[in-house]
Ligand binder design. Structure first.
Ligand SMILES: Nc1ncnc2c1ncn2[C@@H]1O[C@H](COP(=O)(O)OP(=O)(O)O)[C@@H](O)[C@H]1O
Ligand SMILES: [Mg+2]
Length: 360
């Protein structure tokens, strides 16, 4: 799918912008503070109804205004779908082809975007929660029953925790079964997802590290080799004392091993960044193999990767024919291998205009 039209109203310093992006590389070039990240934030809002930098959506609304609006058209197999997300101080409204949506899932499926930004390093350096979000986003896109199973698990976990805190111990048993049933389904789906991701990760790593063997090991969130139900039953007394459930996919994680060594302890910070890029791009490559093309947003590429790796990355993106939006301060920061596949937009004081692209 390709975002063919994008219109932004009253979002951060962008009062109004209307652009027709290209199907491959779209470069947003402008000084610091011109509105480049805000442009990506608008695309991200249209896809996920969330900001890429704050949990408080109302911060997106331009100072002095009461709402922000982003609309767009996404083309998939020759058919255009109109999307819209409006954020006001109290509300968030989502529309597809004029129909109001109650849940974000439809928006996410219609226009999946992947973001790579300086804080993406948290995928390897941050808490397991960040890695679970990565797993959940990917598994959601390749297994269509995953969201329902995940919700059933979350509901059962809440119920078990409520009983642990103030119910009778004898009430726990039914929730052990529910948590174990859906928790096991969720953990197995994540594991299947990681198993499928690994060859895509190795392919992507080859572009950066050159011939690396990667293993991505899924940690389910309880002692491996044991049944979750047995663990929950054994843990019940201690869980009651603590007031929460210690085992289950809500404690899941994954670890990456490169050429036999754990990435976390063996890679330099620069290499860790490359591995994060590789993981996120492997995710888009796996989804593309399943017929779901993902739009890639990359913020501040030049400050993240050195010149050689930037060139490798742009080549990789062009080879994959993915639609991308990449921000940079100077056009020289991005040596694009193919002029006909590249569109350049100048960003200045919150205005976005199409510019000319000169390869030389
Ligand atoms: N809610 C807002 N209303 C108006 N301007 C804002 C708002 N939030 C941030 N800004 C301003 O928008 C400008 C553009 O920010 P940003 O998109 O991060 O720039 P860039 O990525 O090009 O460096 C900044 O000057 C920032 O202060
Ligand atoms: Mg920025």
């Amino acid at each position: 799918m390709t975002l063919t039209k994008l219109e932004i109203f009253r979002l951060r310093n962008i009062e109004h912008a209307a652009v027709n992006p290209g199907p491959h590389l779209n470069l947003l070039i402008g000084e610091n503070g011109s509105g480049k990240t805000s442009g990506l934030e608008a695309i991200h809002l249209l896809s996920r109804a969330r900001s890429l930098r704050t949990a408080h959506l109302s911060q997106l609304i331009q100072f002095g205004e009461t709402d922000a609006l982003v609309t767009g058209v996404v083309l998939s197999e020759g058919r255009g779908t109109r999307l819209g997300v409006r954020v006001s101080r109290q509300h968030r409204e989502m529309h597809i082809d004029g129909q109001a949506l109650l849940a974000r899932a439809d928006l996410l499926r219609t226009f999946p975007v992947q973001v790579i930004q300086p804080s993406s390093i948290l995928l390897l350096e941050g808490s397991p929660r960040v890695r679970r979000q990565f797993l959940d986003w990917g598994t959601f896109h390749v297994e269509h029953t995953y969201l329902d199973d995940w919700r059933r698990f979350a509901k059962a976990l809440n119920q078990r925790n409520a009983v642990l805190k103030c119910g009778r111990p004898s009430d726990i048993e039914p929730w052990n079964h529910e948590v174990a049933r859906y928790g096991t389904i969720v953990a197995e789906a994540r594991k299947r997802y990681l198993d499928r991701l690994t060859p895509h990760l190795e392919d992507t790593l080859r572009a950066f590290f050159g011939g690396s063997a990667a293993i991505v090991a899924c940690l389910p969130g309880w002692k491996e080799g044991r049944l979750l139900l047995d663990v929950l039953q054994e843990d019940a007394a201690e869980d009651i004392r603590l007031g929460y459930t210690r085992s289950g996919p809500h404690r899941g994680d994954f670890v990456v091993t490169i050429n036999g060594s754990p990435a976390k302890t063996y890679l330099s910070r620069g290499q860790t960044k490359l591995l994060v890029y590789a993981l996120l791009l492997a995710q888009t490559s796996l989804l593309a193999a399943d017929g779901c093309s993902v739009c890639v947003l990359i913020d501040d590429l030049a400050s993240e990767l050195d010149r050689r790796n930037r060139a490798r990355l742009l080549e990789l993106l062009l080879r994959r024919r993915a639609q991308c939006f990449i921000t940079a301060v100077h056009p020289d920061d991005l040596q694009c291998p193919s002029a006909e596949d590249t569109m350049m937009f100048h960003v200045e004081h919150g205005r976005i205009s199409e510019g000319s692209w000169n390869l030389s």
